[in-house]
Design a protein around this ligand. Structure first.
Ligand SMILES: *Cc1c(COP(=O)(O)O)cnc(C)c1O
Length: 409
């Protein structure tokens, strides 16, 4: 593996350095956590992944779980290191971290789950069992006396809604407001909303919340991939959703196996009763003390960050890549920002397949196989997508150079 310093050095040799220069990573931007990095600048001598033959790469894709999504800032790693030196009571830690997170995010209570997926499991379980110890023991297969129907709009169905079924919950699909009101009955436990699908469903977020309140049914909103913007961390609990989930290791740059469930105190308390250390539904989704603490610290850092400055950096990095491929025949580029999930500056490279020799998929593969290896987001018939969101300082120059090389081929 080429060392970071070597990469930086070799790219300083190319003429177009762009706005930030490429003079290493100990700049003001680095200090204020505008880049995940710093992780790579470590004193660790062993190259574990190299020893294993595991490929590492520049992440121009974004926060894909399969690609390990994000890197934790130095302060977050330090908190993991700190926690690893102490014993604590897991319940006490969860409660105190939860209270701190709740005060930072202006909600009643919070817990650290093992990812947004498990936050969905806990939200569902809490809605099904409340604080009833018998019901907690019954999940997920003995549903006698338990409300087990979870209402969801048809347009909001997606892969991760299977978390509801992990609890024994049954998804009841509706389309219109009238459908929803007809579907409500004494078995209804929760109403599930997938934030990214807001524009696709007939019932929008605010109306969904109103319906939940009208029928006295807890509403849940899955916002896993929906920071930035930072305000989303309090927008949806503020709107009245009873529970809201975020992924810890996507935009928040906390541990990849951590997540947040925010919301109503009684429901978060019920959710906790379904969590480890008790041998219950959540026992296999344990979050260790290191990650519980690290989630809090990641959140602190994220809230402190200069989000406007960060946005400007991302845009400049995208523009740098655009300029580097601007004169290549057969392609055009466009900067865009997805509306809800992954709401960050992104680049679409559109291919005129009658002119270009290679398809977007072939270019994507060539970038993976190249040195250094680079992962971009999805490739379609005629377009390649990428973002500098999860990239380290200076890596946009490497990506720009490799893209130009492959596209000129
Ligand atoms: C990523 C994602 C999840 C799962 O998040 P983890 O933190 O990886 O468990 C759930 N829902 C949505 C909408 C997501 O984007």
């Amino acid at each position: 593996m080429i060392s970071r310093r070597k990469v930086i050095k070799s790219i300083s040799a190319i003429p177009f350095l762009g706005f930030l220069g490429a003079s290493g990573i100990s700049t003001a931007a680095a200090m204020t956590g505008l880049y995940p990095m710093d992780v790579k600048k470590t004193s660790i001598k062993r190259d574990y992944f190299k020893e294993l033959g595991v490929r590492t790469f520049i992440n121009a894709a974004g926060t894909y779980t399969a690609l390990t999504a994000s890197l934790m800032p130095k302060e977050v790693i330090e908190s993991i290191h700190y926690a690893s030196h102490h014993y604590v009571s897991l319940d006490e830690l969860q409660e105190k971290v939860g209270a701190r997170i709740a005060s930072m995010l202006r909600c009643e209570d919070a817990l650290v789950s093992s990812g947004a997926f498990s936050a969905i499991v806990y939200a569902t379980a809490a809605s099904m069992t409340g604080k009833d110890q018998e019901k907690i023991k019954q999940l997920p297969d003995d549903l006698r006396g338990i409300k087990d129907e979870i209402i969801i709009q048809k347009a909001h169905r997606f892969g991760y809604d299977r978390a509801v079924r992990n609890c024994g919950g049954k998804l009841v699909e509706v389309e219109t407001k009238q459908d929803l009101e007809n579907a409500v009955n004494e078995k209804t436990a929760m109403m599930f909303f997938f934030n990214d699908a807001n524009n696709r469903g007939k019932i929008k977020d605010k109306e969904f919340v109103e319906l939940g309140k009208k029928h006295n049914i807890p509403t849940f909103n899955d916002c896993a991939a929906d920071v930035p913007p930072v305000e989303n961390l309090w927008k949806y609990t503020g709107m009245g959703f009873d529970m809201v989930a975020f992924s810890g290791g996507k935009g928040l740059e906390g541990p990849q196996s951590a997540g947040l469930l925010l919301g109503r105190k009684d429901l978060i308390e019920a959710a906790r009763l379904n969590m480890p250390p008790r041998a219950n539904l959540g026992r296999g989704m344990k979050v260790n003390k290191e990650e519980v603490l690290a989630m809090l610290i990641a959140l602190e850092l994220f809230l402190e960050r200069d989000h406007e400055k960060q946005w400007e950096i991302w845009e400049n990095e995208i523009r740098y890549i655009q300029q580097s491929v601007a004169d290549i025949r057969g392609i055009t580029t466009e900067m865009y920002v997805p509306e809800i999930a992954n709401h960050v500056p992104s680049l679409r490279i559109v291919f005129d397949n009658s002119i270009t020799r290679h398809s977007p998929r072939e270019i994507k593969e060539a970038l993976v196989k190249g040195k250094p290896s680079i992962e971009v987001a999805n490739a379609t018939e005629n377009a390649l997508h990428l973002t500098t969101w999860m990239m380290d300082k200076g890596e946009e120059k490497i990506v720009a150079r490799r893209l130009a090389e492959e596209l000129r081929e």
